[in-house]
Design a protein around this ligand. Structure first.
Ligand code: 13P
Ligand code: SF4
Length: 306
């Protein structure tokens, strides 16, 4: 089926099902185009929690749909591609976190939202790349803080807050591919263009950037900047809205390798099929959900970083 026909089918089905389509900023262009709401992990979690729809179609990866279900268990949460996972979320398990806690009673565990429901259930508070600094600042100075699973986000938070943190050794394989040599090459190719990167990038890349922001933060930062060209160090899906919202300005991906295969899985056909069959639905067992929800709700209460 042509994109135009698929899109009108999807719009009709969304209405019939009283469904809302949420899409992460890394999704394919045509998915972002048809979404009711596009956003970063924080915005999409907030939307899932407050939405009046009966059905949430989550175009993103598995942990995002799981978080939506944890926050809104009365809704049907669809993940059109059940195989869309996040390798970083799979790098730590609840058993490993429980084992770590044995030696550190009283530590505050800050868990990046890119994690499984089981891991969130063992955590004190979650964070996203949009509010990690404020989340860490909300914790008393005297507390020991442990961050899972992203070592790069943790090092960014330590640098921004001046706090002594320890962290799990996980990482995002997509952002990890961006190297200092890529940044040097991009600066040489686009002299004067500010370099904006995601905090999932390696610390040595973060240290070279002009701004370090979540995907939503990048939209507002670039919109306010007087620059006419930018080098963007995050997954290539972000370029769709950056270019659409800033006509006449140029956005260069910092490296061609910045593609997350999981974020690219969902197609318009998958979304249509999911709305027809109301599958695959993502759920979380109630005992896990009950424990995970407080960490997620605590995250949602913390404002975005400035
Ligand atoms: P944000 O959109 O919250 O910055 O998330 C980045 C990411 O890698 C999501 O998987
Ligand atoms: Fe996970 Fe990285 Fe892909 Fe985000 S971009 S879903 S963190 S692998």
């Amino acid at each position: 089926m042509e994109h135009v026909a698929l899109k009108s089918d999807i719009r009709r089905l969304l209405k019939e099902r009283n469904a809302v389509l949420l899409a992460h900023n890394y999704q394919r262009d045509e998915i972002q185009e048809i979404a009711d709401i596009t956003g970063d992990s924080l915005a999409l979690s907030q939307e899932a929690a407050r939405s009046k729809a009966d059905v949430i179609v989550f175009c993103g990866v598995h942990f995002m749909a799981e978080s939506a279900f944890i926050l809104a268990p009365q809704k049907t949460v669809l993940l059109p591609r059940i195989d869309a996972g996040c390798p970083m979320a799979d790098m730590v398990t609840a058993e490993q976190l429980r084992a770590w806690r044995v030696g550190h009673p009283g530590a505050v565990v800050v868990t990046y939202v890119n994690s499984s429901a089981d891991v969130k259930a063992e955590s004190d508070i979650c964070c996203t790349s949009g509010n990690v600094v404020n989340v860490v600042r909300s914790i008393p100075d005297s507390a020991e803080i442990f961050m899972v699973p992203d070592r790069n986000l943790a090092q960014y938070a330590a640098r921004m807050t001046g706090r002594r943190l320890s962290w799990w050794d996980g990482y995002c394989p997509t952002h990890e591919r961006l190297t200092p040599a890529d940044i040097q090459a991009a600066r040489a190719a686009h002299p004067g263009a500010p370099v904006v990167v995601h905090p999932e990038c390696r610390p040595e890349v973060v240290a070279m950037a002009d701004a370090v922001l979540s995907t939503a933060g990048m939209y507002s930062w670039c919109a306010k900047s007087p620059a006419s060209e930018f080098v963007i160090g995050t997954e290539m899906g972000i370029l769709y809205k950056l270019r659409r919202e800033n006509p006449g300005r140029k956005f260069h991906l910092a490296a061609r390798s910045l593609v997350c295969p999981n974020m690219k899985l969902t197609t318009l056909e998958d979304v249509r099929e999911s709305l027809v069959t109301l599958t695959p639905a993502v759920t979380v067992p109630e005992d896990i959900r009950e424990k995970a929800v407080s960490a997620l709700e605590a995250m949602i209460r913390i404002p975005r970083d400035a």
